[in-house]
Each structure stands twice: as structure tokens, then as C-alpha cells.
Design a protein around this ligand. Structure first.
Ligand code: AMP
Length: 130
């Protein structure tokens, strides 16, 4: 059965899309720990990032870098933090989180409640900078 992230790629589940190419896709995390918190995924369904083949992993990193640069231009921050956990969704995803301080990358922080209109505004601004 397709993962929830494959359903997002296929347009079966809505998302706040940031960017896409032939092999990769980026969209806002629906439960962000910071404004602009983005997930970057390979389109191939692989649960564990370090089981990706070398080319796919390298391409994912390069794609994530481009997305991170677009987030940096959009959301005031010191830098973009990177995290990979994958304990919840069994489809490789890189979290990109705008950071001003170390604790901003703590996934135990309360999730932000951002209304859908603002989420779309954030996504469209990041898209425009991609
Ligand atoms: P983890 O697998 O532990 O890295 O966490 C999965 C992440 O995916 C969480 O931060 C969720 O908020 C996020 N997530 C789950 N479903 C969706 C969705 N439909 N759209 C956007 N983000 C999602």
C-alpha cells in the first residue's frame, strides 16, 4: 500500500507544496515546530534513509539544499537545521527547520497552530524563492 507521502506526491492527499522534480518532492510539515518547517522526500518509497541507493541519497541532499536556500530567503533565521527521524512515517523524509537557537530543533517542543491560509502563504513565498 502506498505511503501517506506517496499519496501526497500523487495528489491524493493535499499538501502545502514547496517544490518537485522528477525524483524528489518538498512540502510543509503539517505539524510544524517552526514556521517554514519543511519535509523533503525522495519519490521512491524507502523507509530508512540509509537504505537509499547512493545516487538517490546524493540527489536528495542536493535537492534539500536548494529547498533550504529557499527557506532561508523566506523565513528570518540563523540557519536551517536538518533532522531525520522517520519514526512516524515509513517513507524517508528530511526535516528542514529554520533555527535561531539550538532548542528550535527540539521535536518535543509544542507544535505550532498555523491556519491553512497562513500555511499557504508561507509555502507560496518559499516556492517563489526556490
Ligand atoms: P517522523 O516520521 O518522526 O520524522 O515524523 C513524521 C512527520 O511527518 C511529522 O513531523 C508529521 O507532522 C509529518 N506529517 C505527517 N503527515 C503529514 C502530512 N499529511 N502532511 C505534512 N506533514 C505530515
Amino acid at each position: 500500500m502506498a505511503t501517506i507521502f506517496t499519496k501526497i506526491v500523487n495528489g491524493e492527499i493535499p499538501c502545502f507544496k514547496i517544490a518537485e522534480d522528477e525524483n524528489y518532492f518538498a512540502f510543509l510539515d503539517i505539524n510544524p515546530i517552526k514556521k517554514g518547517h519543511t519535509l523533503v522526500i525522495p519519490k521512491v518509497e524507502e523507509d530508512y534513509i540509509f537504505n537509499l541507493d547512493d545516487n538517490t541519497l546524493a540527489g536528495l541532499s542536493v535537492f534539500a539544499k536548494k529547498v533550504a536556500k529557499a527557506i532561508e530567503k523566506t523565513i528570518p533565521c540563523l540557519r536551517i537545521g536538518v533532522a531525520v527521524m522517520g519514526l512516524e512515517v515509513p517513507h524517508t523524509h528530511i526535516h528542514l527547520v529554520p533555527m535561531e537557537r539550538e532548542k528550535d530543533l527540539n521535536f518535543s517542543n509544542p507544535k505550532l497552530k498555523i491556519d491553512p491560509i497562513e500555511m499557504e502563504e508561507i509555502a507560496s513565498k518559499i516556492r517563489a524563492n526556490f
